[in-house]
Design a protein around this ligand. Structure first.
Ligand code: MF3
Ligand code: CO
Ligand code: CO
Length: 289
């Protein structure tokens, strides 16, 4: 079923066999509860992912290739003494996914030149001392159209609306509902075919973090859960298809798509965002370099 191609079919839960050997508690939904001391490791990994994305701002311009951006990302991961989580992951060979215009996610870096007005998502996942930091954000090459800027704003704000729901006692359905409500209020659509995921000392773990849903449904959030929220939003219809390269997901109607992703941890009173931008550059129109 298309809906839960998501993490379970796309990535599988083979990583669970690793996760199962870790200490600590797992909920009946299979969601790991981490220790207070584990937050520091996630902050180190998340901050490195964010710093690398901060450094990408100056690398995005008309005439640039996405493979040159990916090469720079690979170099930054190495220079930091970290590892890329994506190189070698299920046959993927790059340090980032770069998804341009109507590419929804998992765009493969390549030699095609960026053009004036292109919008792109760069998604970086690093491993620092065994902890995974996963974040993505939007960039613009030159001058984007007004509708592209609106799409980026709505997608960013939808992520933040989802994050605002993260606290013990709320449910994953509350997160999805807040995101869906914001997106649909702006007459755009939420992609159903991909979702966020638990992470920690593994890349993809339960739960599937859906970016749509009904308040009060789904697993209840508990202190110590670590997961991503990474809504993909289309200007047109929500349907996607994966190209013959078996990675690149595009909108079926060729409409523009945007995505932002943070890795977060549930605290006693709310949440901590592990992937905050040290330069304050998470949104492309904030503090241009
Ligand atoms: N970083 C992506 C995510 O948010 C996963 C990329 S897997 C890759 O979950 F193999 F495509 F890089
Ligand atoms: Co992710
Ligand atoms: Co990611």
């Amino acid at each position: 079923m298309g809906m839960h191609r998501t993490i379970s079919a796309l990535f599988g839960f083979t990583e669970r066999s690793v996760d199962d050997k870790l200490r600590g508690r797992v909920t009946r939904d299979g969601i790991r509860i981490h220790e207070p001391a584990d937050f520091a490791g996630m902050h180190r990994a998340g901050t490195l992912a964010a710093e690398i994305l901060d450094a990408c701002s100056v690398l995005v311009f008309p005439g640039q290739t996405t493979e040159a951006i990916d090469d720079a990302i690979r170099g930054m991961v190495e220079d930091a003494g970290a590892r890329s989580a994506t190189i070698g992951y299920r046959g993927y060979r790059h340090a980032s996914c770069i998804s341009v215009n109507h590419v929804v996610c998992h765009g493969i870096p390549g030699p095609k030149l960026l053009r004036d007005g292109d919008i792109l998502n760069i998604d970086v996942t690093v491993i620092v001392d065994g902890w995974y930091g996963d974040s993505s954000r939007m960039f613009v090459a030159g001058n984007p159209s007004r509708k592209a800027v609106r799409l980026i704003d709505v997608t960013h704000d939808a992520l933040m609306e989802g994050i605002a729901q993260v606290r013990p006692g709320n449910t994953f359905g509350d997160i999805g509902a807040a995101i869906q409500r914001h997106v649909e209020a702006h007459r755009m659509s939420v992609v159903r075919d991909f979702c966020g995921h638990g992470l920690g000392r593994v890349f993809h773990a339960p739960p599937n973090v859906l970016h749509y849903g009904r308040p009060g449904t789904g697993p209840v959030l508990e202190e110590g859960m670590f997961f991503t929220i990474e809504p993909m939003v289309n200007l047109g219809r929500p349907e996607t298809k994966v190209l013959a390269d078996e990675w690149t997901a595009v909108t079926r109607d060729k409409s523009l798509s945007a995505q932002f992703e943070h890795s977060v941890g549930v605290t006693a009173t709310g949440c901590e965002i592990f992937t905050l931008s040290p330069a304050g550059r998470f949104h492309p129109t904030w503090d241009a370099p």
